[in-house]
Design a protein around this ligand. Structure first.
Ligand code: SAH
Length: 268
């Protein structure tokens, strides 16, 4: 008898009667092994694909920032913020490949995410500081709010189209923009509760500067707003002096979607 056999018979003797040791289930084992192999393969592919994807977008974003810099944007902080915010996360899935081109893109409900150059220009004109509280009218995709959130203490943003506002709120939460608060409502009246604001940015075209927004601007604060008719507007920069006087200048001609009013009709 081999040493091994001795052990085997001793083990058999010690074994309490009546217990059936199940036969190893070869089929089950193979199935589990197969699942594990596939899962590992998928994880490996995803693990490699994700960084490649992220790297591709980062390169495209750097190229977009070069473009807007060439167009005249100088503020380093603005350029840095735009190099960080993943614009492709703010556009519909089927338009992601255009996310870093210098042009506006549709985001549904007849609305658009603004052209990167315009986002940069408006942000630069506001001359915001890290302790500032900013109000945005026209959340849209949430992209402009995300860019601003990198530069200031708090961004309050209002969107009149419920579906867009809720989608933006969820997107900003998922991407970790904790200092942005989204409200569904008519931005014409501003957001009195958190006023006065160091800066106000309006990303839809108004026929006139809404008086409630002027009121909610802090003395020494700045507002950037496209003003004009449906097809032709001017980007206006307003400054409220320390003693409350309003100064304004026209920056460039622009084309924004109109500011909406009751029943989502363009406000007259
Ligand atoms: N800033 C956005 C783009 C804005 S498009 C972005 O970064 O994606 C203009 C947005 O203004 C649209 O989503 C439109 O629904 C919204 N809007 C129009 N009128 C409004 C109003 N009275 N109050 C709040 N939002 C308004």
């Amino acid at each position: 008898m081999h040493l091994g056999d001795q052990f085997a018979s001793a083990w058999e003797k010690d074994r309490p009667c009546g217990i059936i040791i199940p036969e190893p289930n070869r089929r089950g084992d193979l199935a589990v092994r197969r699942i594990l192999i596939w899962a590992s393969a998928l994880m490996l592919v995803a693990g490699i694909a994700l960084p490649i994807d992220t790297e591709v977008y980062r390169k495209r974003r750097a190229w977009m920032v070069k473009t807007i810099q060439r167009e005249g944007i100088k503020d380093k902080r603005v350029l840095e913020a735009m190099a960080e915010v993943p614009r492709h996360e703010f556009v519909p899935d089927n338009l992601r490949r255009y996310a870093y081109e210098n042009r506006p893109l549709p985001i549904g409900f007849g609305q658009t995410i603004s052209q990167p150059y315009i986002v940069a220009l408006m942000t630069e004109l506001l001359k915001v500081d890290k302790d500032d509280v900013v109000l945005e009218i026209g959340t849209g995709s949430g992209y402009q709010a995300a860019v601003l959130s990198k530069l200031v203490k708090k961004v309050y943003t209002i969107e009149i189209i419920k579906e867009l506002g809720e989608a933006a709120k969820e997107r900003l939460r998922k991407l970790g923009y904790k200092n942005v608060e989204v409200k569904i409502g008519d931005g014409y009246y501003g957001w009195k509760e958190h006023a006065p604001y160091d800066a106000i940015i309006v990303t839809c075209a108004a026929r006139h500067v809404p008086p409630p927004l002027l009121e909610q601007l802090k003395p020494g604060g700045r507002m950037c707003i496209p003003v004009g008719s449906f097809m032709y507007q001017n980007l206006i920069l307003i400054e409220k002096t320390k003693d409350g006087k309003i100064k304004q200048r026209s920056v460039i001609p622009v084309m924004f979607v109109p500011m909406l009013g009751p029943n989502l009709k363009p406000r007259r």
